[in-house]
Design a protein around this ligand. Structure first.
Ligand SMILES: [Zn+2]
Length: 110
């Protein structure tokens, strides 16, 4: 468990690139909690920008997707291995939006 967490953390750090700070915590239900923060951007209350997602691989992917979009938006000149997943991240974002639309029209039919 601990070894696999350390291995995931290393992999996530490599993918996220030099601007990111990556941590994987254990949540209350012993699940992984992925936290990726930016070493350059500060948001409200002087806290660093960060993405925080619980879960297994889906949590990892959700946190990394947010990081990829953050890099594109705020650090367009930055290099990071995760940027190769930008098209996949955009596709997932698009699918999540469509699912949300579908749920909304199912809950509120014309
Ligand atoms: Zn940033």
């Amino acid at each position: 468990m601990v070894a696999s967490r350390a291995a995931r953390e290393r992999k996530a750090r490599t993918q996220a690139g030099p601007l990111a700070r990556v941590r994987i915590d254990l949540g209350a239900q012993e699940q992984f909690v992925y936290k990726i923060s930016c070493t350059e951007c500060v948001v409200k209350n002087d806290r660093p920008w960060s993405a925080y997602r619980p879960g297994e691989d889906n949590g990892f992917m959700a946190a990394m997707d947010r990081w990829i979009f953050h890099l594109r938006e705020k650090h367009p000149a930055a290099e990071a291995p995760c940027l190769e997943f930008l098209p996949a991240a955009e596709q997932r974002l698009h699918e999540r939006r469509q699912q949300r639309e579908a749920r909304r029209s199912a809950a509120d039919p014309d």
